[in-house]
Design a protein around this ligand. Sequence first.
Ligand SMILES: NC(=O)c1ccc[n+]([C@@H]2O[C@H](COP(=O)([O-])OP(=O)(O)OC[C@H]3O[C@@H](n4cnc5c(N)ncnc54)[C@H](O)[C@@H]3O)[C@@H](O)[C@H]2O)c1
Length: 351
Amino acid sequence: MQSRTIHVSTGRSYDIEAGTGLLDHSGELIRPITKTQNVAVISDSTVAKLYGDRMMQSLAAAGFTAKLHIFPAGEKSKNHTTLLGIYTFLAQNGYTRADLIVALGGGVVGDVSGFAAATYMRGIDFVQVPTTLLAEVDSSIGGKTAVDLCEGKNLVGAFWQPRLVICDPSTLKTLDSRIFSDGMAEAIKHTCIRDSALFDALLGGAAVDEDFICRNIDIKRRVVERDERESGERMLLNFGHTLGHAIEKTYNFETYTHGEAVAIGMVLITRQSEKKGLTQKGTTKKIETLLKKFGLPTECSASIDDIVKAAASDKKRADGGITLVLLRKIGDAFLHRLSDADFRRFFLEDE
Ligand SMILES: NC(=O)c1ccc[n+]([C@@H]2O[C@H](COP(=O)([O-])OP(=O)(O)OC[C@H]3O[C@@H](n4cnc5c(N)ncnc54)[C@H](O)[C@@H]3O)[C@@H](O)[C@H]2O)c1
């Protein structure tokens, strides 16, 4: 078993084990971190079909008694009904706070299972086994867990760090190409904010392999270690998101995936900050080229005016101002705080 260990030093620290084929070694990797025999595996309908048996076999081989709970795949399942289903499954099968949850799947499985783990019996240990690119480089790291409400995404949640993350890049082979590209948007975002060498390597044709995934994980690790609760530096991870959310909203959450909208958002905001002299010339072009390489959109038909209006109405509720994430250059992001009026001016005036 070939594995690389990335240690995450948050309040409750843990390791990320990354390596091809690790899924089949999940049981032996989990064995040292728990005293329990009882493991609840939570997965979605697509991932369970693809990888459920291998996970269950690996846990059994390591001496665990494991049961599998499956909910329908997709963002629509990230809600209180699914959460209640998980609580009921745990309670009916007699799981206690001493036992362990394994979240096998993408960001939805990780977020909802993580929130169930944070709250069931006031907190039970959990292990993330991410199976999408987005989950491997982003959502499984940093301890944010949540469910959506009709009123908005991730409105109910908790910070709850996993005890272990097992990242097996070979699971990405079965991903739909659009979902893979969606994860690439966040991976490219990471390089834009903190790692110009990795950005350039990707631009130069480097493969999205285990090495790339580990280096990308490491960018998020460094950011969340410095700011576990998102009071400062962690906000840099929102690069492209203010306009990205607004684009998703403008198109009624139907036309663009989240990653696609973030891709367009990164381009629009960087183009504007380049015009304002806040970003090194040529940065927008580089980002556009890299996004296109991975099949991501870099523009949309909505006017910047409409996108900015949608962004302003989104953020007004917060505290009357907006914090933008801008790049000085690739790999060097900073926070730029604006009042609502200045926010409109930032986009609608070129100087
Ligand atoms: N907690 C965080 O810090 C954080 C960060 C970013 C995003 N998120 C959340 O993550 C979620 C999005 O995650 P996602 O993009 O992984 O979505 P997802 O979990 O819905 O997965 C996308 C689709 O891919 C399928 N799938 C998963 N793994 C597969 C595989 N190996 N092969 C084939 N199909 C597979 C799933 O069944 C699903 O249909 C959102 O809810 C978002 O809010 C959380």
